[in-house]
Ligand binder design. Structure first.
Ligand code: ADP
Length: 486
C-alpha cells in the first residue's frame, strides 16, 4: 500500500531556493516514488510559488490561523505535488523567504513559520479535503513547529520525522510570542518548546519528533558535541536512539554534465577534454585571462560557516601560487567587500560575482578545475557532490558530509586511483594553503588529475540508497508509532 507523507519546508527547488535545503526538499518526492511513497510538499505561498501554481483547488479555509486568514491550496508547480499555505498577510512580500529586500529578517518570522507548522499539523490531523497523510516530515526550524503542534494537538497517531539540515539555525524567539502560538501552557517547559527562556522552534521539533534524521553520518556524530550542537547537543544526545545519519543525494537529471543545458559544451568521463570549452566560458564571464595553473571556483553563501573569511585572506597567496579564482556568492557584507577588493587587486586572475545565479553555478561546475569548500562545519554539503559529478575536484575541510563524500588524494589513494579530492583538517589559513598547494601540484600531473576527476565522476551520489533509507525509516515508524518521549 502506498505510504502518504506530508513533507513540510520553507523552500523547494525549483520554486524557491536559498540553499541546499531547497534542492533536497525538491528532490525527495522523486527519490521516494520508487519505494511506493507519495510525498506531498507543504510550502508557504510566496509570490513565486503562487505564480507557478496554475490549477489549484481549495483544500481548507482558515478564518483564523494564529490570527490570520489563510487557505490551503492543492496543486502542482515546478513538477512538485504541493499544498500551498496561501496567507497573503504573511507571504505576499518583496524580498526573500526569510528577509526583506535589505536582507533584514522579517520581524514576524515566528508567526510566518508557526503558521506553516500549525497548518502541517492540521493536515496531518485530517483538516484538508482529499489529503490524509500517514506521516509528517518536517525540515529545519521553519517547519519544526509542525511536530510540536502534532504532539500538543488532538490525539493523533501520525508519526513525525524532523530532518536537521543545519542545526546552527535554531529559530529562537523571545518568550513573549508563546501566548500567541495557541499551544497549551504545559508546552512552555523544557520538555516542550521552551529553550533558554524563550521559544526554540528547532528544539521544539527535535523534542517532539519520532525520528531525527540528519544529512550525513559524520554530522550525526558531530552534533552530539558542544562544538557543533549549538546548544542542542544535550537534547540530541538524550534522543540519540532517534538519530539517523542519512546522506543527502543529488538530482542526477538536473545535475548531469552529459545533458546540462547551462553548459557551453556537454561532456562525460570519456570526453573530459571538452570541459575546456566550459572553462573558456567561465573565464569570459569572470573576465579572467587563460593560464597554466588551475582555475578554482567558489559557489557559496559568503559566511563564516563556509570558512569564507579564511579564503578571503588567502586570495593573494592563491594567485602567487599560480591559481586563479572565480567566485559566485553572496552573504556577509564585509566578505563581499573583501572578495570584490581581491578581484580589483588581481584583474584577470580573480573574478567575483556577488549574487545568486543557478545557471552560472552549473557552468562553473562544468568548467572550473576545482571547487574550494573550507567550511567550519558542513551538515552534508551539495556543492562538492555536484563538483564530483562534474569533474570539478573538491578542495574541502574534513568535516560533516564533506568528510563522508570525498576521498583525500593522499599518496596511497592517488596511487590506488581511489582519490576524488583534497581534504584538510582544521580550518586555518595554513591548513587551507596546504590543501590548495597540494591541489596545484597534482594539477601539474595531468594523468593524476584526470584520475581524480574520473574517480569522482564514477561515484554514485544519487538518491537511490538514501531514498531507500528514508522509505525504510517511514515504514518502521508506521509499524511502531512509538512512545514519543524518550
Ligand atoms: P548550504 O545549503 O549550507 O548553503 P549546500 O552546499 O548544501 O550549502 O547547498 C548550497 C546550494 O546552493 C547548492 O545547490 C549551490 O549550488 C547553491 N548555491 C549557493 N550559492 C549560490 C549562488 N550564489 N548562486 C547559485 N547557486 C548557489
Amino acid at each position: 500500500m502506498t505510504t502518504r507523507v506530508l513533507s513540510v519546508a520553507s523552500e523547494a527547488y525549483p520554486l524557491v531556493k536559498t540553499g541546499g535545503l531547497a534542492d533536497v526538499v525538491g528532490a525527495l518526492p522523486a527519490a521516494l516514488a520508487p519505494h511506493d511513497v507519495k510525498l506531498t510538499t507543504l510550502i508557504p505561498g510566496y509570490p513565486a510559488v503562487m505564480a507557478a501554481l496554475d490549477e489549484s483547488r481549495v483544500l481548507h479555509r482558515y478564518k483564523d490561523l494564529l490570527g490570520v486568514e489563510a487557505r490551503l491550496l492543492g496543486g502542482v508547480a515546478g513538477g512538485l505535488e504541493l499544498v500551498v499555505l496561501d496567507a497573503p498577510t504573511l507571504f505576499t512580500r518583496d524580498g526573500g523567504p526569510y528577509a526583506d529586500p535589505d536582507g533584514e529578517d522579517w520581524l514576524d518570522n515566528w508567526l510566518r513559520f508557526a503558521a506553516l507548522g500549525r497548518a502541517a499539523a492540521d493536515i496531518a490531523q485530517g483538516a484538508a479535503t482529499d489529503l490524509h497523510p500517514d506521516l509528517l516530515h518536517a525540515h529545519d526550524w521553519q517547519a519544526a513547529m509542525a511536530a510540536a503542534y502534532l504532539r500538543f494537538g488532538k490525539a493523533t497517531a501520525s508519526p513525525s520525522v524532523m530532518t536537521i539540515h543545519n542545526i546552527a539555525f535554531p529559530g529562537y524567539f523571545p518568550a513573549e510570542i508563546f501566548p500567541l502560538l495557541d499551544l497549551p501552557p504545559e508546552a512552555f517547559t523544557i520538555e516542550g518548546v521552551e529553550y533558554f527562556g524563550g521559544v526554540g522552534f528547532l528544539k521544539a521539533g527535535l523534542r517532539a519528533a519520532d525520528a531525527i534524521p540528519t544529512v550525513s553520518p559524520t554530522y550525526a556524530e558531530q552534533i552530539r558535541e558542544p562544538e557543533f550542537g549549538m546548544g542542542l547537543e544535550g537534547l540530541i544526545t538524550a534522543r540519540r536512539d532517534r538519530l539517523h545519519g542519512i546522506l543527502n543525494g543529488i538530482d542526477t537529471v538536473i545535475w548531469n554534465p552529459a545533458s546540462d543545458k547551462n553548459l557551453a559544451t556537454t561532456y562525460d568521463a570519456a570526453t573530459l577534454r571538452m570541459r575546456g570549452y566550459n572553462k573558456r566560458a567561465v573565464e569570459k564571464v569572470f573576465s579572467l585571462t587563460e593560464g597554466d595553473g588551475p582555475l578554482f571556483c567558489v559557489i557559496s553563501r559568503l559566511t563564516a560557516q563556509k570558512g569564507m573569511d579564511i579564503l578571503a585572506g588567502l586570495v593573494d597567496a592563491l594567485v602567487a601560487m599560480g591559481g586563479r579564482l572565480a567566485l559566485l556568492g553572496s552573504g556577509d557584507a564585509e566578505l563581499e567587500v573583501a572578495f570584490r577588493a581581491a578581484a580589483v587587486r588581481h584583474p584577470g586572475q580573480v573574478g567575483v560575482r556577488i549574487g545568486y545565479d543557478e545557471a552560472l553555478s552549473h557552468l562553473m561546475q562544468g568548467g572550473a578545475d576545482a571547487i574550494v569548500i573550507p567550511s567550519r562545519f558542513e551538515p552534508c554539503g551539495l556543492t562538492q557532490l555536484y563538483g564530483l559529478r562534474y569533474g570539478c575536484v573538491p578542495v574541502a575541510a574534513r568535516t560533516g558530509g564533506l568528510a563522508d563524500t570525498i576521498v583525500d588524494a593522499n599518496e596511497a589513494a592517488l596511487a590506488g586511483r581511489a582519490a576524488t579530492g583534497f581534504l584538510f583538517d582544521g580550518v586555518t589559513a595554513d591548513d587551507l594553503t596546504g590543501a590548495l598547494r597540494r591541489a596545484i601540484t597534482v594539477f601539474g600531473h595531468r594523468e593524476a588529475w584526470r584520475s581524480l576527476q574520473k574517480q569522482g565522476m564514477k561515484a554514485d551520489f544519487s538518491w537511490r540508497r538514501s531514498g531507500q533509507r528514508y522509505a525504510e525509516l517511514y515504514q518502521r515508524l508506521l509499524k511502531a508509532p512509538a512512545s514519543v518521549q524518550s
